[in-house]
Write a protein that binds this ligand. Structure first.
Ligand code: AMP
Length: 395
């Protein structure tokens, strides 16, 4: 996939509409984690160096297509302002008089941050008129919002058909790293798949099954797989509607010669509660009245052996209810094993990233994907509209 790159482009004095993913967590109107803003800084610094006039657009939360003060970009703008050394302005509208005026007044290297794109329902509708208005704010479009690339919205898709368009540095890195997993990854290739539900990961497993050598399963989805093999799971989380598909997946892995491993022991609890009574069960099955909350020590040791020999690892989803300390050990152990591995390691999905951060090993991972939904869809083999639009340039 040849994404149009930014590095060689002459942008001095040109207005650039830069779509970013500044959809950061807020608490009482304050940004609680600025990682997503920081990840875009290399692109912004490059644009500043090139003398571009930068118009930044992002969504924030789900304001339902109309202005809603609790989703204003203003607190994000304030944090962002502290991270760059050039003048930054804020427009209280997106495509109105103020945005128009301010975008025209920008000098080389200066930045304008627009209000939340999703204050207009036309953004998510990818409405043609709105795309035109966004495009009128700039001469060039750069998309660095990998986290929103699976959405065909005006600022991620429509606008790319109206302006010369480029991938930002973060977008380029994400696509390059994730693509390398799907095309000729170094072997052995290990997929570690966890998280709550089989239903949300089944398409990823299906797409990876012909590419990987090992699949290591953890988290809540374990119990649908076990149930499908008639192994008792007590009160553990089970998606009844997916038992047949889970069973078929295990069969398919067998046919493809993939080593498909399920947990062989568990940390169980009498209820879903951080203070629950817990036990370690040294077998696959779980008795009535108990629920599986984390992988057990034998499973950790089995998985560590596979991870140690891997050349490529992709990890998506925690191994247990890691938000509760009593059930975080399995996930932490896997995070550490992945970080120690010499393999190329790619971690995706909000909760796996939180686990990597909790284990303090982020700097030892080859690539931590910023887009939960987008990286899942990419690994499912789907084409992301925001990426496809960059490949088709305006006539
Ligand atoms: P996902 O967003 O699908 O990656 O799922 C992440 C969520 O799965 C986390 O909030 C975990 O608490 C949850 N989870 C992991 N293991 C279990 C389990 N054994 N039972 C219930 N939920 C789990």
């Amino acid at each position: 996939m040849q994404l149009p790159r930014l590095e060689q482009e002459e942008l001095r004095g040109k207005r650039v509409f830069l779509r970013v993913d500044f959809n950061v967590p807020l608490e009482n109107g304050k940004v609680t984690d600025k990682t997503r803003i920081e990840k875009t800084l290399p692109t912004i610094e490059l644009l500043i160096k090139k003398g571009a006039k930068i118009v930044i657009g992002s969504h924030l939360g789900r304001p339902k297509g109309k202005p809603d003060p609790q989703f204003s970009m203003e607190p994000v703008f304030e944090v962002f302002q502290g991270l760059v050394s050039v003048p930054v302005f804020f427009s209280k509208d997106v495509v109105g008089e103020q945005a128009n005026q301010l975008s025209k007044q920008l000098k080389e290297g200066e930045i304008l941050v627009l209000e939340n794109l999703r204050f207009h329902k036309e953004e998510e509708e990818n409405e043609a008129g709105f795309c035109k208005k966004l495009a009128s704010l700039a001469d060039v479009y750069v998309n660095d919002a990998f986290g929103a690339a699976h959405r065909a919205h005006a600022s991620t898709e429509g606008i790319a058909h109206l302006l010369p368009s480029f991938a930002g540095l973060l977008m380029y890195k994400e696509i390059t790293e994730l693509s390398s997993l799907l095309s000729r990854p170094a072997k052995p290739f290990v997929a570690i798949i966890g998280g709550s539900k089989v239903s949300s990961k089944i398409s990823v497993i299906k797409n990876l099954i012909d590419k990987v050598d090992h699949i290591l399963i953890g988290g809540g989805m374990t119990y649908t797989f076990l149930k499908s093999r008639a192994i008792p799971v007590g009160n553990s989380l089970v998606e009844r509607d997916f038992e047949v598909e889970a069973f078929q997946l295990i069969e398919r892995a067998g046919v493809a010669g993939v080593d498909f491993q399920l947990p062989v022991d568990h940390i169980i609890a009498d209820k879903f509660d951080p203070k629950a009574k817990t036990k370690t069960v040294d077998k696959m099955g779980i008795l009535d009245g108990w629920m599986g909350m984390d992988i057990g020590p034998k499973t950790v040791s089995n998985y560590e052996k596979v991870i140690k020999n891997a050349s490529t690892i992709v990890w998506n989803g925690p191994m247990g209810v890691f938000e509760f300390d009593k059930f975080a050990e399995g996930t932490m152990a896997i995070a550490k094993a992945v970080s120690k591995s010499k393999a190329k390691t790619v971690v995706g999905g909000g909760d796996s990233i939180a686990a990597i951060n909790k284990a303090k090993v982020e700097d030892k991972i080859t690539h931590v994907s910023t887009g939960g939904g987008a990286s899942l869809e990419f690994l499912e083999g789907k084409k992301l509209p925001g990426v496809q639009a960059l490949l088709k340039q305006p006539e």
